[in-house]
Design a protein around this ligand. Sequence first.
Ligand code: TXA
Ligand code: MG
Length: 364
Amino acid sequence: MGKIQIFSCEKHFQEAIDAAVLRLKNGKPVALPTETVYGLAGSCENSNAIESIFFLKKRPLSDPLIVHVFDKSWACDFFDWNKDQKACFMSLAGTFWPGPLTFVMEARAGVSEVIRAGSPTVALRSPASAFFREVLQRFGRGLAAPSANMFGHISPTTARDVAEEFAGEDLAVFDGGACQVGIESTVLRIFRDGSLQVLRPGCITPAEIEECLERVGSKAVWRKKTSGSIVAAGASPGQELTHYAPRSPTFSLVEGTPRDEAEGRSLEKTVLIDFASRHQKLRTTLLGYIDPAPLGSLRCFTQELFGSLRKAEKTKGVQSILVYFPKDLKGQWSDALRDRIRRSSSGRQAQLAESEAFFIPVQV
Ligand code: TXA
Ligand code: MG
């Protein structure tokens, strides 16, 4: 049995950088903070390191990894792009990098097939975290880094989450505090004909992408008719409907009040993750009540969603988890937030029963 080692990035920045770079040079994966979620990083040129990442996460080899680079000048080592793709990338990366936008384009020969999961494309992003950036600069090579959680489980937003996830493993975790964004990057495919598709929604929205391209005099052409079309669940690798899932059955809480029925589930064994104090009065009935954004900030709700799901699944005696579903809310984070809640609950929905002592799963 191995041992988790936690290094503080804030207290001992240089020592932590040295330790991370040494491990990477020795082909060992390390857990690093990013602005989105913690990543499990390994050299993109070291097949042992890449294999260890898949092995530690129990991730199927059919699921490709994102390569993290220092800046856009590193991208030409990875992308086999044409003029249109490159121009589009340069404008968007110039605006959004370093930051939570991942680009997917055709890969150059020599980019690891394991990282690409056999696909002709590769995904790249430049993270904003100062610690990760320093590691990249010192290491001088791209780092493949999926989120540092077991496959299908909730993504980690603190070093403690990572340590709990990989307890018993020989892994160095670099603690850079809580992640500021709290959900993973937006994944954007740029096709050969210059058209675009969002493969995974994140906090950079299709509207912002359109705006950025308009500023340089080009027009975003989305692959599907709807603006900023987001692919359906399962249409892209790693976009399964069940993802970010807690260990107890989880449901998106939607409006509506069905009659009490035998198959209702007791709120006494349920933890509710609420939003804007909507269901505060159920506090005394529920096993647990968490409201990450009592004043209604979508940003706070997004930032705290994964942490709240972890807290809910760790509550003693929990049998079900309900998450408020912000169906009609509009705003920067809303599509990504709905996507994560939908996937955490594997598409299951529930409503509160009339008596407000139960909730009732509903057919979607
Ligand atoms: O914010 C993030 O992106 C975090 C941090 C650590 O940077 N990383 C992350 O990685 O979320 P991961 O492995 O959990 O998610 C990677 C997703 C895949 O599930 C897939 O949807 C997409 O990126 N992806 C990666 N390579 C791809 C490819 N070649 N083609 C299509 N999609 C790809
Ligand atoms: Mg992930």
